[in-house]
Design a protein around this ligand. Sequence first.
Ligand SMILES: [Zn+2]
Length: 760
Amino acid sequence: MEDPKLEKHFKSHRSTVTSLSFSPNTKQLVSGSLDACLFLWPFKPQVRAYRFVGHNDAVHSVCFSPSGHLIASGSKDKKVRLWIPSVKGESTVFKAHTAAVRCVDFASDGQSLLSSSEDKTIKIWTVHRQKFQFSLNQHSNWVRCAKFSPDGRLIVSCSDDKTVKIWDRNTNECMHTFYEPHGFLNDVAFHPSGTCIGGGCTDASVKIWDIRTRKLIQHYANHVASVNSVAFHPNGNYLLSASSDATLKIFDLLEGRLIYTLHGHQGPATSVAFSKQGDFFASGGQDQQVLVWKTNFESAPSFAESTNTTSNKYTNGNDTSSNDYIPSTRVSSSTNQQKKAQISSLGEKSQPETSDERGARKIDVFNGKSAYPTYGDGDRLEITNIGPAYENGISRSNSASACLVNSEPMTNAISKNNNRTTYGTQSNVNQAYAPQLTNTLEHIVQQLDILTKTVAILETRLTMTEIIQLILGQSYMAATDNPEWFSTKQVDNNLFLTNENHFFEGNRANIWLIRGVARDLIIDCGLGVCNLKKHFENLNILDKDRECLVLCTHSHFDHCGGAKHFENDSQILIHRDDYQGLRDGRQKDTLNYVRSAHFDQAPYRNFSAREYRVPATKCESILDGHRIDLGADDEIIVSHVPGHTAGSVVCYYPKTKSLFTGDFVYDCVHGDELIDWVPTSSVRDYLRSANRMIDWLEEHDIEKIYPGHSRIFTDKKRVQDILREYIDSKDDCCSKAKGSCMQTMVSGFFKMGCFRCCQC
Ligand SMILES: [Zn+2]
């Protein structure tokens, strides 16, 4: 067995290298960096590297697609980019999260992509058109890393909330949570068998859990600082780690111990990756370097290959390629100067040289102890079976140095005897697959069973929904008054602001009441879960004798859900292009992004968020330039600003030099957060309206801007800036995005249930 050898080193990044991924054919390596760039490194000497520029902030994660035709990158700029790995550096971009993207990963079929974020969520997207599929929302802090299992059926994630979660991709449910009391994982990876996960922890440890027994099975305490990245060798027998202690370490998982410590980085090592065949690995560091190493020590067929039933490459003893996998006796060498990097290795016959390199600590899975017995230097370690790597791949039953304790019977297609690997015959291999086949069939039967149950449940639910819709008219009006539901404050002489403070802030609308000379006007009216009209009357700010008009700035639930309560006594106005949505209570126009988690108090007894919908409401359609007469010369002028919805409007009140903007513009961190991607939106219209309103604001004396959400603006320049930022943010989008292709993301956001920057 030879030592790993440094082959190449690349240094062009201007900041810490954060992530690495090999192309499937091992001809290229992509790296991401805090310098906001990606580099695509060629392996041929004469070919130059490509630099990909597009992200506006640090790149945290890069990943080659399984076909090698795409590279995904996730950035602190909240976006995910998909790059074509060619000289042009073309990419498509989509805003994936409301905070920094920490990790991206392709499923093995190349059809799905996941992203994890500091917004505490994991989201799954289709690769084609980047359609949002679903999100996983149970973490309560940053999700540092998430990965698909090799078969794509599971997802593992690790978070700063000190948990590691295993998710079932079919049900979107968390199947199990591992707790990390002493720190959190920076990185997590699936073992190639799919039965174990490994992670690098801030407490300097490397850990491996069996997800079938749900137990920690290996624990390595060899690093002396936070472990930033881990990678399993494709054959499943080794794990590589990168740590802030500036070293890379290679662990032999079969023998359960550290076998190499590699010094090559000056400063923290931040990222590691194996090539698909396992013959190379790469490491990145805070020193801005990317190092590529020849593995050399790999000594067994890769897991993926050994389970490939169509390949008999390793069953033919005469095949020269199999010679590659016959391990030679490992040579011990304490130091080995190679180029700039220094490699120190721990041969199997040598005693560990430093106290931190005493091998793995073992978890005894048989007595269920959770304490980690520490083994002294040179102790023989026992390790437990880490899964089907044995069942399908390789075992070292007679290995002189390893003592295996298997928790279940092994089925060996390949066994290693006398330090030589012999490969089973084809029939042996087939026998080995028989139990697997049975398992698969059993799994399919289970899935069918679940499907049948799901269909049955769906049928029941449909019936319930129909009944609910029938009785909805009644239950809606029966909603009793909850004196605590609304809170109202006077913000100006004749202007009142009302909010529904027990509803999720991200979607909580501002309800404006203007007391005019002869009439009153309500601009937007909230969800409608409690009676706004009665609330105003109780406060004596709405007279039964005076005429009151209601204007909905657009048809979304949070703005027009409460209009119903005014239906009998008031004119309800809405722009023509949003009119039908409200008149018919159409789900697709009113959105209804209401989830039970969005209420910190039920508006009334037996309230059910799931049954919430905007009722069909009697209303009148208006057009651009419509004037609302509040008596004498008191009037409000309606201006059409399509984009967020087709019928979005703003209201200009010359008497108070104010503008009510609905969802067209509100105080957000950056203009690109304006909502132009819901099913009712059009980016093209939004851009046009934004340009028009920047000019309009310039020409008008406006002192106050009252948005549909969030704070009041007292400076119209800020509003103009947000609109300009919005316009600028569309500049770097593909031309398709300008034509509203982002709308494909929408179905998923329905599931998520909120559509403003939120942490839910
Ligand atoms: Zn809206």
